[in-house]
Design a protein around this ligand. Sequence first.
Ligand code: HEM
Length: 468
Amino acid sequence: MSRAPVDLTAAEVTRVVRAVLVPLVAQGAIVRRPRMTAWAERRQSDREVRRVLTALRDRYDGAPLALRAGTRRLAVVTTADDVRRLLEGTPEPFSAATKEKRGALAHFQPRGVLVSDRDGRRRRRPLNEEALDAGHAVHEDATAFVAAVERAAGELERTVQAARGLDAGAFLRVWWRLVLEVTFGEDAREDRRLVGVLSALRRDGNWSWFRPRRPWLLAELERRVARHTASAPPTSLAGRARDADPDEAPGQVPHWLFAFDAAGATTLRALAVAAARPRVRDRLVDELGASGGPGEGTVALLPYGRACVLEAVRLWPTTLAVLRDSTRETRWGDVTVPPGTGFVVVSSFFHRDPARLEHADGFAPEAWLDGRADDDWSLVPFSGGPASCPGRNVVLLVASHLLARLAGLGLAVERGQHLAADPLPCTVDHLGLRFVVRTAAAIVGGDRPGYGGTGPGSARPPRRGGLR
Ligand code: HEM
């Protein structure tokens, strides 16, 4: 049973705004700003989120925390039951197309399902589910996707050999080729301009309504997406969507490209944990080896690899807050809350709540393997209910296969001592991760910084300060 929201005092509002909203906006909700993610890691900003929200949850006994931000009335929920109510109650009476999301996503995906009205959602949600084969752990076109993963893994291996290591920038360059191939087929792999235009529009999206639209840039994005979609093979995501609904398909694709960015971040973080923990790394490699490898005809489900990816996105959620707007009056305890109220689920608070999770700060893929985590409404890295992420299975497939292949490269992660044992740091800046080829010294020395600023594609000087 939901409790009535409590109005926070002015001091409490300030605390929530400082701990939760400022880091969220500063890092960029739509595309991360590298300097700000480095700053968030140095401050371990998610630890403060947790501290502030835990104190308020305890003080107000799990009631939603009501506050005003400008003209907006927001309610930050603090119990798993309320998370469930919001997500199961989507799209009515809790719409996923919130004011902030409509403002942000209109810059690059005005027809995406996430920001669609009820009629649009009715057409577009089934199309997304069909193209992404949402109901199946192994997508019907998985053979093509894993072939793309193998190509990417080969490129990354060559990079590692040439540079004796890998940093996030080098990883992401290959990642985007992989994303373009899975989305549009092999011919689109080198369309870097598409990724650049999308990134520019996503940067605009970080400012939501406050940044004027750039219709000419959106038109270029849409032209490129339409051209690739028209020529995409039926075994690609866009080809499959086009064959299901040629009119709606191109409007859905920008969301997929955008969301694959989160999958890249998660793969990097999972790889960092694997590189710091021999037991995790060996199990990933063994699972892939036991699956038969390439050329066997069918694509293997890699349960442990998937669980590692899920665990990485639990520990370091990429959707910093899941938002819902009420479409009509809703009843909370003995209070009626007006329509247009924004409800906020702060992922990092729920995902590491020691009151609910024994392994809150630990790396526990087994909780996904035995189904415990999936049954828990406080763990929502891919959201939940009727508007949950239809790309979840594609992400887990692509990321687990790439992760397992990279785990075999013998990498150590810089500053790996922070990841080698629990508790894990609250905030990890994926853009700052660097890997080096393991040497006896690195293993013995606990992965000391291996390539101080001169490593592969290293755009950044080595940073000081631990992860904790
Ligand atoms: C680690 C990677 C990803 C994570 C953590 C993730 C997470 C999420 C979350 C939390 C939502 C719900 C957002 C909300 O309710 O406001 C969502 C929605 C969505 N995601 Fe993902 N996502 C990922 C990757 C992908 C990919 C790669 C695709 C497509 C290829 C995808 C397709 C979608 C779509 C279409 C929606 C909107 C669903 C709807 O409104 O009905 N996602 N995702």
